[in-house]
Design a protein around this ligand. Structure first.
Ligand code: ADP
Ligand code: MG
Length: 685
């Protein structure tokens, strides 16, 4: 028993307990998140180098990385150069007679080993020019490294892959090393995986590519499995017990709407009603592309909460959107005698005090607002339904704070960002999902065209014509004003002035941007919605949620500066009524990937396809934005490249939890889950 405990201790020991790891190297290790010996073993190579001596240097391409066997005939003393660095030159001759000049900067450690009169193998990028062949800071390859795959690790300045490899080799040779199996034996069998220890040994020092691939496959699977388990456990720990609502009919509400609901809207309302009538708190994502009519579904949920005697809250990411929602919800719900309050940062003084009292006394049945609704002074009498719109703009913790205003209230999160299935498994894996996959009838597909700015007179003429026909238009620019100066980008402020003087003179044009006060923004949006303002020049502040069905034209200047999903969201502001809508993407990106991306928007309005492409191009971190999104950092797996493994791991996680809901038989998995989630700052119990 005692020896077992000692052995287990090896992985928990600090890296500084290893030979050759002093204070300096420990510090470098800690910079890349390595503190213990166990962390070191789990620091996997990013790739492998395969040293093969180049037989014919004269044929090697300039700039390529090669290994050269060469005889050193002289070595200079180190000389000091600018910036306190040292430089040392080594002259060598290869067997084919080529002379090779090796230059080392700040590398006394490497050069100390090189002696004139001996032969070495150097690996590095070669530079060829009139004066011969050179290499800068080449690695000295050891004879025993030839013909092997040499691990290349993620590094920080001062650490080399060789240092890491030698420390890892030392650990792997330690007789006290004992690596526990993390996965249940059935899972290993079923998916044909390597054991943990074998995978760790082979990922660092594979015999060949096949071993490296198998080892990585196993580690990717394990990481994704741990991720899936964590998300599923988090889900089952949410949603407190409830007494189900008894009145689950939203018919009167549905009949009062000015339009017949789509089949998808009705289905989503049924799914929500099912949750509200159940014995656990609802935890549901309502996902629907822009314009699919999420607001009406949300209002039905609010209506049900009210019928059963409870308060609701709707949180939106911007004031403009909160005000618009307040107006829509009032229109839908006040006829039933419900009272709707609007709480944003600009509701101040006595108005705020009065509203807070109403909320606390239950006088307000629904509160619509920005994140102001999660601030301290806001107390509800009986909050039982919490709705967040455009969920991806809020972090997991804000969602949790909002829920904290009630006693495990029902939650509905709405998202217009069509998230590819891979990501939704991860980001929303703890939610049930309802999808609005049908647009309201009579919508015409938005026609999108891509032009360069030599067409400006023509498309601005089209803006004028659109207004003359009684419709409205958006003109979106990437910048607010010149102070944001980026060469060749159109700024909204300047463009606005030019438009009013020239192309759109005599037409009511408004300018909307994020630097305006919220009151001014709200006033302007109101004027646009009611049709007083015909053309809205703006930055992306209109990206989210704004609803003005009479707007049928959108011009997007410098379209190449926006992400695909942003463009799709922007475009979703039009095409909301019965009339044909047009989107003009203006870009001088003549060719290349920028143009390809924009062509995709011309070709399709399928939000899922666009999002999938966007995810591929930008990677998950960027795709989801900088906000906290509930996605832990992964060490080996890549949710785009390893999509298939993610599905398999997800199935395996379901199976494991079915057989052993509390993971009692898999303590190693429990600790892996904790580690993955706590290290990335996730709330996890
Ligand atoms: P989103 O899902 O983007 O939030 P909204 O809820 O803002 O969409 O709805 C988009 C527009 O479609 C609004 O003008 C809304 O009044 C209208 N709408 C919603 N549902 C229907 C429907 N079933 N039939 C016709 N119009 C609808
Ligand atoms: Mg919306």
């Amino acid at each position: 028993m005692q020896s077992k405990a000692e052995k287990a201790g090896l992985l928990e020991r600090s890296v500084s307990s290893l030979k050759g790891v002093g204070a300096r190297r420990s510090l470098l290790y800690s910079r890349i998140g390595i503190r213990t010996v166990g962390d070191l073993l789990r620091h996997y190579p990013r790739s492998y180098a395969n040293y093969v001596v180049c037989e014919d240097i004269s044929a090697a391409e300039d700039g390529s990385s090669i290994s050269v066997k060469a005889y050193v005939d002289r070595k200079t003393q180190p000389v000091r150069i600018k910036g306190g660095r040292t430089m040392q030159r080594v002259h060598a001759v290869s067997p084919d007679g080529s002379s090779v000049e090796l230059t080392y900067f700040n590398n006394p450690y490497a050069t100390a080993k090189i002696e004139a009169g001996s032969e070495y193998i150097f690996h590095g990028r070669i530079q060829k020019d009139l004066f011969g062949i050179r290499m800068i800071n080449p690695v000295l390859v050891q004879e025993n490294e030839m013909g092997m795959l040499i691990p290349q690790y993620p590094l920080t300045e001062g650490l080399s892959s060789r240092m890491i490899a030698s420390n890892i080799r030392q650990v792997l040779q330690d007789p006290d090393l004992e690596i526990d199996e993390t996965l249940p034996p059935e899972v290993i069998d079923k998916y044909g995986l390597m054991g943990t220890e074998e995978a760790i040994r082979k990922v660092h020092f594979p015999k060949d590519d096949g071993e490296a691939t198998q080892a990585r496959k196993r580690l990717v699977f394990e990481e994704l499995l741990v991720l899936s388990l964590g998300i599923k456990l988090r889900k089952s720990s949410m949603g407190g017990d409830k007494t189900g609502y008894s009145d689950l009919s939203a018919d009167a509400f549905i009949e009062s709407l000015p339009f017949p609901l789509t089949g998808a809207q009705k289905r989503c309302i049924r799914e929500i009603a099912g949750d509200l009538g159940g014995s656990r708190a609802m935890n549901r994502l309502l996902q629907g592309d822009v314009g699919s009519g999420k607001t009406a579904v949300a209002a039905a949920a609010v209506y049900l909460a009210w019928k059963n005697g409870h308060q609701s809250v709707v949180m939106a990411p911007t004031e403009v959107l909160a005000e618009q929602h307040a107006e829509t919800f009032r229109k839908y719900l006040e006829p039933f005698g419900m009272s709707v309050g609007l709480l944003t940062g600009s509701v101040k003084g006595t108005a705020r005090q009065t509203l807070l009292k109403q909320i606390a006394s239950g006088g307000a049945d629904l509160v619509v607002g920005t994140h102001a609704v999660i601030s301290d002074g806001v107390e509800f009498r009986d909050l039982d339904l919490v709705i967040t719109d455009e969920q991806h703009r809020f972090g997991v913790s804000q969602r949790a704070m909002l829920s904290g205003k009630g006693t495990s209230p029902h939650t509905l999160v709405m998202s217009a960002t069509p998230i590819p299935r891979t990501l939704s498994l991860i980001v929303y894996g703890d939610l049930d999902i309802s999808v609005l996959d049908e647009l309201p009838k009579g919508r015409k597909r938005i026609r999108t065209v891509l032009v360069d700015d030599s067409y400006r007179d023509r498309y601005l003429g089209f803006v004028r014509k659109t207004v003359e026909e009684g419709h409205q238009a958006y003109i979106v620019c990437p910048l607010v004003d010149e102070s944001d100066a980026v060469p060749d980008a159109v700024s909204a402020t300047e463009y606005f002035d030019r438009l009013r003087e020239n192309w759109l003179s005599g037409i009511e044009v408004g300018l909307l941007h994020g630097k305006m006060s919220s009151q001014d923004k709200a006033d302007l949006m109101e004027k646009f919605r009611t049709g007083l303002v015909k053309v809205l020049v703006s930055t992306t502040v209109i990206e989210v949620g704004v609803d003005c069905p009479n707007a049928t034209l959108m011009i997007i200047e410098n379209a190449e500066r926006f992400g695909l999903s942003t463009l799709h969201q922007l475009r979703g502001r039009i095409g909301r009524g019965q009339d044909q809508s047009w989107c003009v993407l203006v870009s001088s990106a003549g060719s290349g990937t920028a143009k390809q991306r924009l062509d995709l928007l011309v070709e399709t309005d399928d939000g899922f396809r666009i999002a999938t492409e966007d995810l591929k191009m930008r990677g998950p971190g960027d795709f989801l934005g900088s906000r906290q999104h509930g996605l832990p950092n992964l060490a080996v797996a890549d949710i785009v490249d390893d999509e298939k493994s993610l599905y398999t791991a997800n199935d395996a996680a379901e199976e494991i939890l079915r057989n052993d809901p509390g993971l009692k038989d898999s303590p190693a998995l429990v600790s892996a889950v904790r580690k993955l989630f706590t290290e990335s700052g996730q709330v996890f119990n």
